[in-house]
Ligand binder design. Structure first.
Ligand SMILES: *Cc1c(COP(=O)(O)O)cnc(C)c1O
Length: 388
């Protein structure tokens, strides 16, 4: 473990070696010829876009997906900083949010590829290309069932009938997004796969001789089988250790460890209660440890009276409400020399997976990760460091 400040109240350890191992594991699952990108939006799901992008680029990743231009600028800066031999300037950064008015300057200046989500986006990007007398790369997003972003069927039909709408636009990627990939039995998966394949086939003659990549699968989509892989898969969550499909063992390596220190331990006896709202009444004299993490750190308030932590080898329950900076855990079963002020309590880690924490909080691993706060001392375990 890399050293952290002695006074750090809570430490978030991010294992970049595990991120890279997860990326490689997913790549091995792909059909031959398909390549693997990475979703690094939302600060790489809260884990640090800079560090994650650098590690994945070094591992060979050449397609990155972000939500916003600001995220794209950060990722481009990382790729530009990496040595030219390792990361060609051609590494693509796709901006999923599409084309907001006035975005063209920044997109072009930073080598970001917009994901065009509508005929309106296409028209606007084509106008930019004409104005600049340039051919501008873009991704085309087809909506096959998500009803969120992307060209719906009628807009796709318009485009196929009138390909001049793409004048000046060089589509390098045609993509769609699965709504239910984490439920392999869901009929929408196959419906979306077929709709996407048909959309791609309809576009291919329009776009020829260019042959853009086709991309459908997110993390879970990779596990639906090779017919979902097309040319490029774009996982996010699984890279960061979230289980791609519910049920069975998680094939991904855990990435995140979250530990916070005990600040105080006190004995609380009936009829006393613990914390805001007096929601937890002790049934017998109990040793209650106050721990330095709270909802301001992204430790969700819905874990009040539901969370679990580990102290040494002991599993302990969270009692009372999660407050802004603090939680309280019942350490009655833990020897006093182990559960003492200054000792670390583990909240996420090998014993408490992100998915398990999410289940207790009534949410998904994605939200647990992206909520991870900015107050933690962050420790990155290097991708090439020996594993312990
Ligand atoms: C976030 C996102 C992904 C990655 O999804 P995961 O489920 O995290 O693998 C892929 N494609 C699009 C369009 C996304 O928004």
């Amino acid at each position: 473990m890399a050293p952290v400040a002695d006074h750090a109240a809570a430490v978030l350890t991010i294992d970049l070696g595990a991120v890279v191992a997860n990326w490689q594991l997913l790549r091995e699952r792909l059909r031959p010829g398909a390549s693997l990108g990475a979703a690094v939006k939302a600060n790489a799901y809260g884990l640090g876009a800079r560090e994650v992008t650098a590690a994945l680029a070094a591992a060979g990743c050449r397609s990155f997906f972000v939500a916003t231009i600001e995220e794209g600028i950060e990722v481009r800066a990382v790729l530009a900083g990496a040595s030219e031999a390792a990361v060609p300037a051609t590494a693509a950064i796709y901006v999923l949010n599409g084309l907001l008015p006035g975005a063209d300057e920044a997109l072009i200046a930073h080598g970001l590829t917009p994901v065009l989500n509508s005929l309106g986006d296409i028209e606007a990007w084509s106008a930019v290309a004409r104005r600049r007398e340039a051919r501008l790369p873009a991704a085309l997003h087809i909506d096959t069932g998500m009803a969120r972003l992307g060209l719906p069927a009628d807009e796709l039909a318009c485009l196929v009938q009138d390909p001049d709408r793409l004048a000046g636009v060089a589509p390098v990627l045609v993509m769609s997004h699965l709504a239910c990939a984490d439920q392999p039995e869901h009929p929408l998966n196959e419906g979306q796969r077929q709709a996407f394949a048909e959309a791609f086939d309809a576009l291919a003659p329009v776009l020829a001789p260019a042959r853009p990549q086709a991309s459908l699968a997110n993390s879970a989509g990779i596990f639906l089988g090779s017919s979902y892989h097309f040319d490029l898969a774009r996982p996010g969550a699984a890279l960061y250790g979230v289980q791609p499909l519910a049920g069975g063992p998680n094939p991904m390596r855990p990435v995140v460890t979250l530990r916070a220190r005990i600040l105080q331990v006190r004995t609380v006896a009936p009829p006393k209660t613990v914390g805001y709202g007096a929601t937890y009444a002790v049934a017998q004299p109990s040793r209650i440890a106050t721990v330095a993490v709270g909802y301001a750190d992204g430790y969700l308030r819905s874990l009040s009276n539901r969370g679990r932590a580990t102290v040494g080898a002991f599993e302990v329950p969270l009692v009372g409400r999660v407050s802004m900076d603090l939680i309280t855990v019942d350490v009655s079963a833990v020897p006093a020399e182990i559960a003492c002020p200054g000792a670390f309590v583990e909240l996420i880690g090998a014993a408490k997976t992100v998915d398990a924490v999410a289940a207790r909080a009534g949410t998904i691993g994605y939200e647990i990760l992206t909520a991870l706060g900015s107050r933690y001392a962050r420790v990155y375990r290097a991708a090439d460091a020996p594993q312990r």
